[in-house]
Design a protein around this ligand. Structure first.
Ligand code: TXA
Ligand code: MG
Length: 534
């Protein structure tokens, strides 16, 4: 089908849109929040087409848009008096109110629930179209399901061009994130989705409200969503998104410690520090972040980067809506670089005796973060297992268990394959290591010591205040490997030669400990802790 393009300032636009809607068609319309994909809310057959065009899950109900309060009584079982209080304050505007529905609302709109979500948009063009129709419009955001919501007509055309009858271009949306959703059906009323109307705004009118925990967190397995939209993957560009908490300095250092191209999604004025970047709003203005967010997420893919690291917004006021959308686009991946205890890296060549040194550091209250162990656990995550199966064959999982030998055999076949393995596993290892540092901090450790054989190639270098290198001469290391792992001299030499040379380790470290004689090592560590570390 050809999608008719109409400009909102064309005097015929609202009339043409209304005619299409009266015939049961679909029209994308501008609102002050995001573009909506509208159909006659009282016509179940028309509403079905919305789900088809978007690829929307059938159990996710739609919002009904009205342009005057008079339209509401027939749509609900009984008008809750508090609706008028809310309307006086926030309508027309970015607020959606859930009430018990009347039989006029088709099941297609409410997705089988006995409630209905109603909102009165402020965008003049949207209001004119509803008025010309003479019936309310059911409209979800006009994106393909799962994609960021559209804040410009071109986003709608990109996602749904050819699948809908018309789009009315009203320019950029003011607010930029979808409306606040509040339900009056529960006692106390509950905020199901944050938006342009903040929790504090609502409480001024309604008194104490509850904030659904789904606003901040992933739903627990099997948990029923109070708002079905909360349970789906959302707002996601194709690139993998991770939220990074902490100062700009920490963010910059962390991004630059990655040796792959990453798109920095940061605040105004920060982008110039990076090769590939998108700015979204100013650091101190949640309103500007909300306005820019979805367009920024869409632009991430235009940079060609496979990963995007997003500066974490404040979650106060409208910021709560920004955070809520971002954390979904990041599939709840968040890395907190705000670490309050000192962090040291511990590295060294194989056989140099890192574990012996780590045990000694523990005596001083250091918590050891064992990246080998973390790596072993991290690859067991379902997302990683799936990605590994895709790249290395489904048979690397047998009877529900990862066959590590088979995986290793395939992944170490060529440097390219090793690179793929690293790309899949490293982000999870980095994230889990940093979260282990926070656990150490909470348990009262004096410092965290990251024990990592390949620390310099890892973004974890960015969180280290200093790096300690454990060294031993080649003959000593050779003897230790043979004794420890019961391998031939040839095999031990192979492992030694596969690593970078001692000079490389030393030149990248701040502190060097020579571990040949244990008593001497213990003395060097005592001196290091006293003079160079905390
Ligand atoms: O700003 C907005 O609200 C935009 C514009 C177009 O008005 N619309 C919008 O619609 O964001 P949509 O469909 O993308 O999101 C509607 C949200 C979903 O999370 C849905 O689950 C929830 O509202 N919802 C709708 N009816 C509901 C109901 N009866 N009970 C609970 N949640 C409901
Ligand atoms: Mg939506």
């Amino acid at each position: 089908m050809e999608t008719l393009y109409l400009k909102s300032d064309n005097p015929e636009a609202a009339q043409t849109a209304a005619e299409i809607l009266k015939k049961g068609g679909l029209v994308a319309i501008p609102t002050e929040t995001v573009y909506g994909l509208a159909a006659n809310a009282l016509d179940g057959e028309a509403v079905k087409k919305i789900f088809e065009a978007k690829g929307r899950p059938q159990d996710n109900p739609l919002i009904v848009h009205v342009q005057s309060l008079d339209e509401i009584p027939p749509l609900v079982k009984k008008v809750d008096e508090r609706l008028y209080d809310l309307a006086r304050e926030f309508w027309p505007g970015p607020l959606t109110v859930i009430m018990e529905k009347s039989s006029l609302i088709p099941d297609e709109v409410s997705a089988g629930l006995d409630t209905v979500a109603i909102r009165m948009p402020s965008n003049p063009c949207a209001r004119e179209i509803i008025a010309k129709c003479g019936f309310p419009l059911a409209a979800p955001s006009a994106n393909a399901s799962g994609r960021p919501s559209p804040t410009r007509a071109e986003h709608v055309i990109g996602d749904l061009g050819g699948r809908i009858d018309a789009v009315v271009d009203g320019g950029e949306c003011d607010v930029g994130v979808e409306s606040t959703v509040v339900t009056l059906v529960t006692d106390p009323p509950a905020l199901l989705r944050p938006g342009g109307v903040t929790p504090a705004d609502l409480e001024r009118v309604l008194g104490k409200i509850e904030i659904s925990h789904a606003v901040f967190e992933k739903l627990r397995d099997g948990e029923k969503a109070s708002s079905p939209g909360m349970k789906y993957k959302h707002y996601a560009p194709r690139a993998q998104v991770t939220i990074i908490k902490g100062s700009f300095e920490k963010y910059e250092k962390f991004l630059k410690a990655h040796n792959e191209e990453i798109c920095a999604v940061c605040f105004k004025g920060e982008g110039r520090h990076f090769d590939k970047f998108i700015e979204y709003g100013s650091e101190n203005s949640s309103l500007s972040q909300a306005h820019d967010l979805f367009d920024a997420l869409r632009k991430v893919d235009e940079t060609g980067c496979k990963k995007a690291f997003v500066r974490c917004p404040s979650s106060d006021g409208v910021g709560l809506a920004v955070f809520n959308r971002l954390i979904r686009s990041a599939a709840f991946r968040i890395i907190d670089l705000d670490i309050k205890i000192p962090v040291y890296g511990l590295t060294g060549q194989t056989g140099a005796g890192k574990s012996v040194a780590a045990d000694e550091f523990k005596k001083y209250g250091f918590s050891v973060i064992d990246t080998d162990m973390i790596a072993r656990e991290a690859v067991e995550g379902p997302e990683i297992i799936n990605a590994l199966c895709e790249s290395f064959g489904a048979d690397i999982v047998a009877q529900g268990k990862l066959d590590r030998r088979l995986l290793a055999k395939r992944a170490f076949e060529t440097p390219e394959k090793t690179e793929i393995l690293n790309r899949i596993t490293h982000p999870a290892i980095t994230a889990a290591s940093i979260s282990a540092i926070h656990d150490a901090e909470k348990s009262g450790a004096r410092a965290a010591l990251i024990d990592a054989p390949v620390l310099f190639e890892s973004p974890l270098t960015a969180v280290c205040d200093k790096v300690i290198c454990i060294c031993a001469d080649k003959q000593t290391r050779l003897g230790r490997i043979i004794a420890r792992d019961r391998v031939s001299e040839q095999e031990a030499l192979l492992r030694i030669n596969a690593q970078k040379d001692e000079e490389y380790y030393k030149s990248h470290s701040d502190v060097i400990i020579n571990n040949v004689d244990l008593n001497d090592t213990v003395a060097q560590i005592a001196k290091t802790v006293k003079e160079e570390l905390i």
